[in-house]
Design a protein around this ligand. Structure first.
Ligand SMILES: Cc1ncc(COP(=O)(O)O)c(C=O)c1O
Length: 360
């Protein structure tokens, strides 16, 4: 059966080469005689997998030597707690630029344990844009500023890191890590669930500056403590060995295909193709404002909303899957992560043109 064109927001499409490579190791990991999911995390075989995953990530993102790279569990949602737990003492507060549902969640979760302060909130405009630096200001007593680089649900994306007025910058990069260039040294914490651009769910990449490690609170349960996780090489407990293997394969694939710069170019080409189809006619309405549009998730509607069900059903028939917009936005969302081929977007655009011709 042919593979569908997977436009789902995550877990998302992986390059077929990666999936095929994983298959080879299921029963026998790298000739060890033990299967990929049956191998001890304490084995030499696995140690070399996690070491390579970490060093490839360092190379691909040009991570400074004195930064720590952790591969944790619990998704980005656990980082909504771990970041403030580690970086804020009781009474300290952090600023959040609220550009969508995930940064709303960041703030809600932060306020359960420490103090979070919104310095910009795009809810009124339906989260259809990214603010300019002139529209927000870090508060005087905040320890750090948090932002979400790509808003998966609304389809907006920062084109450059926000101005934190000299404060440490923390980013949830779950939906664009390694899909766009990232200046690691401008940040103190970068975290991202792997399940969009980097692999399966169950692995969370965490990149921490020396400041973040030094500031980290040591009186936390060990699993939540960055210092312990660093000292134990991300193996305080049993890590997601299978997920880390897939992550390594995806990183090899990104490397072999020109690195993050080339991935960014491919992602821009895909996005340009879909946005020019959306902009070509009033049949479609984009959700995000021009300068704020995401190259990872395009969100749009059919002007006649009654056609949405038919659009989704016909798309599915053609193997164009995962196009229904998130339930809080509605409409259509085409996610175009690293693993999605240009051919899939060509097929979608062809279908959009055909659908429009039949229904306008
Ligand atoms: C930007 C962003 N942050 C956080 C999350 C939540 O991630 P997780 O399910 O890994 O906790 C998502 C999930 O889609 C996301 O897109």
């Amino acid at each position: 059966m042919p593979r569908a064109h997977n436009f789902g927001a995550g877990p998302a499409v992986l390059p077929l080469e990666v999936v095929e490579e994983c298959k080879k190791h299921l029963a026998d990991l790298e000739g060890s005689g033990l299967g990929l999911m049956e191998t001890s995390h304490r084995s030499e075989t696995f140690q070399s997998v996690i070491d390579e995953a970490t060093s490839r990530l360092r190379d691909l993102l040009n991570i400074p030597q004195d930064y720590s790279v952790l591969l944790l569990q619990g998704g980005a949602s656990l980082q909504f707690h771990m970041v403030p737990l580690n970086l804020l003492t009781k009474g300290e507060q952090a600023d959040v630029i609220v550009t969508g549902k995930w940064s709303q969640n960041t703030l809600i979760e932060m306020n359960k344990i420490r103090r979070g302060n919104s310095i910009w909130d795009g809810a009124e405009g339906g989260f259809n844009r990214i603010p300019s630096p002139a529209e927000y200001k870090a508060s005087g007593d905040s320890v750090y500023v948090h932002y979400t680089s790509n808003n998966t649900i609304y389809g907006t994306q920062f084109k450059q890191a926000p101005d934190s007025d000299g404060r440490p910058l923390v980013v949830d990069a779950s939906s664009d890590i390694c899909g766009v260039p990232l200046d690691v040294s401008a940040h103190d914490v970068i975290y991202a669930g792997a399940q969009k651009n980097l692999g399966p769910s169950g692995v969370t990449v965490c990149i921490l500056s020396p400041w973040a490690i030094a500031k980290a609170n040591q009186n936390l349960p060990s699993m939540l403590d960055y210092k312990t996780q660093k000292e134990k090489g991300s193996m305080f407990n049993t890590p997601n060995t299978y997920g880390i293997f897939v992550l390594r394969e995806v990183l090899r694939w990104i490397d072999n295909n020109g690195g993050v710069e080339a991935a960014h170019k491919r992602n821009k080409d895909k996005a340009e193709m879909i946005y020019s189809a959306i902009d070509s006619s009033s049949f479609w309405t984009p959700h995000a404002e021009q300068g704020s549009r995401s190259i990872m998730n395009a969100t749009f509607r059919i002007a006649d909303e009654s056609l949405l069900g038919r659009f989704i059903a016909e798309a599915e028939e053609l193997g164009l899957k995962g196009l229904r917009g998130h339930r809080i936005v509605g409409g259509i969302r085409a996610s175009m992560y690293n693993g999605l081929e240009l051919g899939s977007v060509e097929r979608l655009v062809e279908f959009m043109r055909d659908f429009e011709n039949r229904h306008s």
